[in-house]
Ligand binder design. Structure first.
Ligand code: NHW
Ligand code: EN5
Length: 388
């Protein structure tokens, strides 16, 4: 069934429930001198390129490939539309490797037709912190699908990751592959219900009118938590302590230092938004919430072309009830004109989803590790990791 994935060091379906297999790396590292030194062969019309995402011309090409060919929902009504600023942010974190940003071009026309990326991350699995690659943005042009190009892309990024002496990776996908460490559910909170219904993102409930629906999803004009404000650069040390301590409770989570927090969590306009609660009495930073901005193109609608979506990222509470903090996050997202606020059922998100009127979506997200086995599948609430 999985002619490619059966050959890879990943958990295999036949091994599910085999309690005798040990937790940890599936294969040992090989000496770097034994890692293939030349790129994998592509079909002859194509060539490899390393994408310099800081170049305006390259980021434009990548943006156009993804805008027209990246992930769609199961009914092909929406397609992810990562912005150029988002791509630059996602691909240039601390310690990134430019040659993990891999493109495939048609030799004759120079047209970019495929893409895959890795970025380095320290990911903790139980009490082991492992240097990994986070793999994302795998994309093959629609006209070149089902030609087994994806396995070559995956082998090439694996080779380039190995050359940096890194032997594990983390990735998520909407499709089932061998084998998920966990399967999460997408939830959606309507902020602009009229538009969501008009574009087919959601449907008018049974025995609901448009005006009752709009009233149901109404939110206060302004946030309610005293001391709630945008995160600033000087907050990085306090936020790092808060987030590190919080993430330590999950089975799989990133190991974030101050540089990572500055990159991933400091607000960046139209890319990532972060808020915290500074105690009005003690000036302690007690709570934190964040979301990233990922619009979707609306395919074939007369009136609208994009859906503005916020995705819940990392949220931490020590004093404010999580329900209240996330309600404030919804309020700022509404103020900033987002149409929908999305979240996965990871970490402690279950505790607010229903009460804050999120509804389950038709999409699932499967989490995977490459060359690392976990004894058993995790519940979404045991995951402390959000990939972009
Ligand atoms: S998930 C988003 C993936 N992208 C999209 O869905 C965009 C739209 N679709 C496409 O562009 C986030 C194509 O359909 C793609 C497949 C390119 C997806 N992950 O070329 P063939 C990520 O980016 C397997 C992994 O003929 P295609 C995470 C499939 O099971 N494998 O198909 C990426 C089959 O193998 P099998 C996937 O439709 C993580 C083979 O590809 C996959 O023309 C990557 C068929 O290839 C997916 N999303 O192109 C892994 N979709 O064994 C990283 C299909 O079943 C691993 N396949 O026969 C770690 C690497 C680093 C290790 C470092 C130590
Ligand atoms: C790698 N980083 O299917 C990610 N989205 O539910 C790659 N559905 O938006 C993998 N089909 O349910 C990504 N509306 C995998 C996800 C791919 C995209 C995807 C789903 C997630 C989605 C929407 C629209 C469905 C349109 C028809 C959906 C219902 C919302 C409703 C709001 C009111 C309360 C009930 C739910």
């Amino acid at each position: 069934k999985h002619k490619f994935w059966e050959t890879q060091p990943v958990g295999q379906f036949k091994d599910l429930g085999n309690a005798s297999l040990p937790e940890g790396p599936i294969e040992d590292p090989t000496p770097l001198s034994e890692v293939k030194q030349e790129p994998y062969n592509l079909p002859s019309p194509y060539e490899w390129i390393t994408c310099d995402i800081d170049s305006e011309e390259m980021v434009n090409e990548v943006y156009n490939l993804l805008t027209n060919n990246y992930v769609e929902d199961d009914e092909n009504m929406f397609r992810f539309n990562y912005s150029k600023e988002f791509l630059r942010w996602a691909l240039n974190p601390p310690g990134y490797f430019r040659n993990w940003h891999i493109g495939v071009r048609v030799k004759s026309s120079k047209k970019l037709v495929a893409f895959i990326t890795g970025v380095p991350a320290r990911i903790r699995a139980r009490d082991h912190v492992v240097n990994m690659a986070e793999i994302n943005f795998l994309c093959v042009h629609k006209k070149l699908r089902s030609k087994r190009l994806a396995p070559v892309m995956i082998k090439e990024v694996t080779r380039r990751v190995h050359l940096e002496n890194i032997w594990q990776a983390a990735y998520t996908a909407g499709v089932v592959l061998p084998t998920p460490i966990s399967t999460c559910q997408y939830w959606h909170r309507s902020l602009n219900p009229k538009k969501l219904i008009d574009v087919g993102f959601s449907r008018l409930g049974a025995r609901m009118t448009m005006s009752r629906t709009i009233k149901l999803y109404k939110l206060p004009e302004s946030t309610v938590t005293p001391g709630f404000r945008k995160m600033e650069l000087h907050d990085v040390p306090a936020v790092t302590r808060l987030v590190r301590n919080y993430l330590s409770q999950f089975v799989v989570a990133p190991d974030l230092d101050e540089n990572d927090v500055e990159h991933w969590l400091l607000p960046k306009e139209n890319v990532v938004d972060s808020y915290l609660v500074e105690s009005p009495e003690t000036h302690e930073i007690t709570d934190f919430c964040s979301f990233y901005t990922l619009p979707s193109s609306i395919l074939g609608n007369q009136n609208y072309s994009t859906l503005k979506a916020a995705y819940s990222y990392y949220n931490v509470t020590t004093k404010t009830p999580l329900l209240q903090l996330m309600n404030d996050a919804l309020i700022v997202a509404k103020q900033k004109d987002y149409d929908v606020f999305n979240a996965l059922d990871v970490m402690e998100n279950e505790s607010f989803l229903k009460e804050l009127k999120f509804g389950p979506g038709d999409g699932k997200l499967h989490y995977y590790l490459y060359n690392y086995r976990l004894r058993q599948e995790l519940k979404p609430s045991q995951l402390g990791l959000v990939l972009l």
